[in-house]
Write a protein that binds this ligand. Structure first.
Ligand code: NAD
Length: 307
């Protein structure tokens, strides 16, 4: 029997590994430490590659001339050289609908934690600083305005969570003819909404059009003392611009799950902002989500082998 080489790059839930190991016709290679060098070594003559958020270049893909499928563990294909895949007609499968619940919960947790100043409150107890409660500034979500940029699966879930807390929701998505969620104001230009939003949260894909979409200009148009959340992609907004907006008190806090370089440089002064929250691209990392995604990723591989 000729075995097919399946290369799994990065952390992969054991539920998916088990399914792959159970197949006698698969030669499984797992890249536990996905440095560019290790990825290049592993993908030589691969039949299938599964990848999460690591970058894979055209030079690396060319090492696998018989590549039949890239099965992406997650959504978003900005880490894969799609031009090469289109040229070579290599299908790229994504796990649509596998992680929207997890990421939406994560984004809403950031909204809630920012409003309630959870980080500093927790620190106050560790510092024996009971008096912190007299000086801190926390907010209710009730009747606050949230602006959601990108109104797809994740954005719509976030909208419903916000509505459950009686927030007013506005969404920007030029590709939608009307709002799929009741009582959400859908706008075709978000700039005029920035001055009214207490929270702005990004749920856009990273494309040529959206890269750097949220810059100095957009931040300067935001309401004083508002909050900014990004669980989509780091390249949508510049971290230096966010730092400036925090330093000038334009923003009261930011909640970021994604960064322009991952992992980010921990010495960046942004991370010194106590009122803000930073998580390591963990929005889609719940137990339920990773297991779900791994099984979906493997199903795409089996479907490919079965033609
Ligand atoms: P989706 O495709 O369901 O929704 C994206 C929406 O953005 C679509 O409605 C689309 O019309 C809209 N859009 C596209 N270009 C736009 C533009 N220029 N301006 C405004 N809207 C635009 O995707 P999703 O499942 O909701 O995921 C959104 C993004 O979240 C993904 O692309 C990915 O980058 C990110 N994500 C992050 C994590 C994480 O772990 N933090 C996990 C999954 C996805």
């Amino acid at each position: 029997m000729t075995k097919k080489k399946v290369v799994v790059i990065s952390e992969f839930h054991p539920a998916g590994i088990k399914l792959l190991q159970a197949r006698e016709d698969i030669d499984l290679v797992i890249v536990k430490d996905p440095t560019p060098e290790n990825i290049s070594k592993a993908v030589v003559n691969a039949d299938v590659i599964t990848i999460r958020t690591q970058k894979i270049t055209r030079e690396q893909l060319a090492l696998a001339p018989n590549l039949k499928l890239i099965s992406r563990y997650g959504v978003g294909t900005d880490n894969i050289d799609m031009a090469y895949c289109n040229e070579k007609k290599i299908p790229v499968a994504i796990t649509v609908g596998g992680n929207d619940k997890s990421v939406a919960e994560h984004a809403f947790t950031l909204i809630m934690s920012l409003a309630k100043d959870m980080k500093m409150s927790d620190k106050a107890i560790q510092d024996s600083n009971w008096k912190y409660r007299d000086t801190r500034s926390i907010h209710d979500l009730y009747d606050k305005n949230v602006l959601i940029l990108g109104f797809g699966r994740i954005g719509q879930r976030v909208a419903r969570f916000c509505q459950a807390f009686s927030m007013n929701v506005t969404a920007y998505d030029p590709y939608l003819p009307k709002s799929p969620v009741e009582n959400v104001k859908l706008v075709k230009d978000f700039h005029s909404e920035l001055a009214h939003a207490d929270f702005v949260t990004l749920h856009l894909p990273l494309t040529k059009e959206t890269n750097g979409l949220f810059g100095k200009r957009e931040l300067s148009m935001m309401k004083d003392g508002s909050f900014f959340i990004n669980t989509a992609r780091g390249e949508l907004v510049h971290e230096d611009d966010l730092l400036e907006a925090l330093n000038s008190k334009k923003l009261k806090g930011v909640g970021l799950d994604v960064f322009s370089h991952e992992p980010p440089d921990p010495s960046h002064p942004l991370f010194k902002h106590d009122r803000s929250f930073f998580t390591p691209h963990a929005g889609g990392m719940s137990e339920e989500c990773t297991s779900n995604l791994a099984v979906m990723t493997v199903q795409r591989i089996f479907e490919c082998f079965e033609g």
